[in-house]
Design a binder for this molecule. Sequence first.
Ligand SMILES: C[S@@+](CC[C@H](N)C(=O)[O-])C[C@H]1O[C@@H](n2cnc3c(N)ncnc32)[C@H](O)[C@@H]1O
Length: 143
Amino acid sequence: MVPEKKRQQVRVLDVAAGTGLVGCHLHKKGFTNIDALEPSEGMMNILKKTGVYTLKYQEFIGTGHSTVPKDTYEVVVVCGSLAPGHIQVEGINDLINVAKPGGLVVILMRLEFFLTHDEYKDKMENFMDRLEKTNVWRKVMSL
Ligand SMILES: C[S@@+](CC[C@H](N)C(=O)[O-])C[C@H]1O[C@@H](n2cnc3c(N)ncnc32)[C@H](O)[C@@H]1O
């Protein structure tokens, strides 16, 4: 969704970055301006060694008190972390807050959690629909 020739210009935030797998993949695909948000010090120490991240925020998302500046990123990506005991549905608000107007919020999660787990089942789809009805965001792709 981001053309190759624009990938060096866009700012990306990898939320719940873990060991940095997503950042490494994005870097291989041509993105060079990637920041990480990750609450775990152990994970943070590993992701720093990848060398692909510029800023690193060691904090949780979904608290409503993020230190990440608002309206900053063209791409906010979260992979594998809307999962039981991790980021709750309401955390989507924080993802949107740090994205620039017109930016992309990319959520990758297991369909199983979305469809059947109590923390997300029905709740997540309703939450996302409400955001769309109030023009906070617009769905551009789903699988
Ligand atoms: C399954 S790992 C996914 C890591 C990485 N995104 C990947 O795809 O390899 C989940 C990560 O979410 C982080 N995490 C859990 N709750 C979080 C929250 N509320 N905000 C940000 N990160 C969180 C954990 O510390 C962990 O590193």
